[in-house]
Structures are given as C-alpha cells and as structure tokens.
Design a protein around this ligand. Structure first.
Ligand code: NAG
Ligand code: NAG
Length: 326
C-alpha cells in the first residue's frame, strides 16, 4: 500500500506533461517518443511537467490496411490483453510490455503514461480468449466454470468513435472485474504511472467501468494517475458523479491550435471553476477538470499520421492566453 504522503503528492497539482498525439497521431514510435521525453526532462520538468504519455493504439501494427478504426491489426496476448507493436517499440516484449521504456523514462526523472481504451478489444472477444486470474496465474474460475472474453464483452456497447476496436466489459460480474484487474496489474508491473482511459466519459459515458477501474487502481501498491476522456458534452452535474473516482477528466472535445478551439473553452472553464471542481477530491488525492492538450510546438494536423509537420498556428499572444486559461 502507498503511504498517504505519496497519495497526496501524486495529484496535489494538475498533472502536466507531454502527450504524443498532436505531433505523431497514433503512429509514434519508441525513438520519437524517447527523444521528446528527453527534451521534456531537460526543458519542462523543472517547471513541473513530468508525465511523458504515449497516446492511442500503441498495440496496433503499423502496416498496410491498419488505421484508427481498422480491425485485426492489434497485438493481444493469450489473455486478450494488448501488448506493444514490437516494430514501432523494439525494446518492448510480448510478456514485459513497456517495462524497458518505462525504465528509461524513470531514469530521466519523468513519469510514464499510456493511453488506453475502455473495456476489451473486439479481437479478444472474437477469439474468446480466457481471462487471467492475476492472483493464481491461471484462467479465472467462478461458480465451477472458466470464464472468457465472450462472457464479458458488451457487444451492444462498442466505442462509438472506434466501433471495430473496443467494447465495454460487464462490470456486474466477477469475470469483468477479473479481466480489468489483469490489465491494470500488468500496467503497474510495467511501471506505468499514468493512464488516460478513452471512450469512457462525456458522450461515451460508462460510469460503472470508470468506478471499477478506480477501485482496481486503489488496490495497487503503485499510485497511478487516472485520466478519463473524451470530454464532449460534459456538464458540472456529470462531473459531480465521477470526479471523486479519478484525477483528471476532460470537459471539452479535442482542442487544436486555432483560436476558435481555444475560445470555446472559456465558458465551460468558468462553469467548472464556479462549481469548485478545480482541485476537488479525487482518486487517492485530488481531481482536475481537463481542457485537453496545449497544441504548441511542432505538430501535425488531426489524423495525419507521419506529418507533414508544421509549427503551431496560434500567435504567441494566443498561446499565452491559452496557457493562462488552462
Ligand atoms: C448521477 O448519479 C445519480 C445517482 O446514480 C443519478 O440519479 C443521476 O442521474 C446522475 N447524474 C448524471 C448527470 O449522470
Ligand atoms: C494550421 O494552418 C494550416 C495552414 O493555414 C492549415 O492548413 C491547418 O489546417 C491549420 N491547422 C489547424 C489545426 O487549424
């Protein structure tokens, strides 16, 4: 169990850092990620930016035919759990995942974060992979029978913006908990410090799963920051039901580097400030409404994989206004 001191420290201030998405879409690789982490450690860590986060689809093989909602290109292990694309992340291993990258990031003085989707992958459900009982290392058995992916995948609750990729799991049954526990224990073993769980909030609201993940993270020795997304159509009453279970929750849709995106954050920001949600009680510490990324520096446009890259479109004054608002 972590000490209360570690609990407090881990989200006493809004978690800040760097996320790969705005510069590399889903196709980021180990080299690009570590080079950016190095710059983060040198230039921004002294100002409190400590999380280096690999954004979505790190388990998808980057080959012809693979795209953001493709089916059949994901690496899943014998228990239906994703593992990294070995070509893009050559230091990763089938059974050790991102451990090596996490070590390197920790050596730089940074914390290691990854993006996750809610629930279970459609590939795992179709393959009906067994569920790992992380306590015994064997298939999960309850009421005298083994449970598998078919039993927990909610095929009517696929992710609206990635319907071929992932679906919710049934958290009303022990097998659903066992599966999620097998995921999050593994991420803790890899050395993960931060998870951004997507397709679980806002218009994709799955409160049962958010609360289950939160409980499972409380069980861990390792404090892991829980950040949830996306933030479309988030209101203060919706956040009231969830903020104590998480550390960050998006309250807007994706933010890019044009003034219209920045200016549409003002009203929602003041509503959450007025409701005292900034630094309210959260998982093992505090929780923070999240306005999405600061799209500064050397970027691609949304959905463009490997560039062309370009400088941020905001003027310097606009960037300063955005930092102040955030
Ligand atoms: C919050 O939770 C309560 C109790 O479960 C429920 O009645 C209410 O509708 C929820 N509010 C929102 C905005 O989801
Ligand atoms: C940035 O500016 C370029 C050139 O005007 C434009 O093509 C691109 O769509 C802009 N990107 C965003 C995210 O607004």
């Amino acid at each position: 169990r972590v000490t209360s001191e570690a609990n407090e420290q881990h989200v006493e201030l809004p978690p800040r850092g760097w996320n790969s998405y705005d510069s590399f879409s889903w196709t980021v690789d180990e080299n690009a990620y570590l080079q950016n982490a190095k710059i983060l450690a040198e230039k921004l860590l002294p100002h409190g930016y400590q999380y280096a986060v690999i954004d979505y689809l790190w388990y998808r093989r980057y080959v012809d035919g693979a795209y953001t909602d493709s089916y059949g290109f994901d690496n899943i292990d014998e228990w239906g759990r994703p593992f990294p694309d070995l070509q893009r992340f050559p230091s990763s291993k089938y059974d050790k995942g991102f451990s090596q990258i996490a070590n390197k990031v920790h050596e730089m003085g940074l914390k290691f974060g990854i993006h996750l989707m809610k629930g279970i992958s459609t590939q795992a459900v179709n393959a009906n992979t067994p569920i790992l009982d992380i306590e015994t290392g064997k298939p999960y058995v309850e009421n005298g029978r083994q449970w598998a992916a078919h039993d927990i995948g909610l095929t009517h609750k696929t992710c609206a913006w990635m319907p071929h990729g992932f679906m919710s799991v049934n958290t009303d049954i022990g097998a659903g908990w066992a599966f999620l526990r097998s995921l999050y224990r593994q991420y803790a073993d890899w050395g993960v410090d931060f998870v951004k769980v997507d397709c679980i909030f806002g218009t994709d609201y799955s409160p049962e799963e958010v609360i289950t993940i939160s409980q499972l993270l409380r069980e861990l020795d390792r404090p892991i920051v829980l950040s949830i997304s996306p933030g479309t159509e988030v209101t203060v009453p919706l956040a009231e039901n969830i903020s104590e279970h998480v550390n960050m929750y998006r309250i807007t849709g994706d933010d890019w580097d044009n003034w219209k995106d920045v200016s549409t954050h003002f009203t929602v920001t003041s509503a959450f400030a007025a409701a005292n949600k900034i630094g309210a009680t959260g998982l093992r510490g505090k929780s923070w409404p999240d306005l999405d990324m600061l799209p500064f520096g050397w970027l691609t446009d949304p959905g463009v994989n490997q560039g062309p890259h370009r400088p941020c479109n905001l003027t310097f004054d606009e960037q300063k206004a955005q930092v102040c608002t955030w």
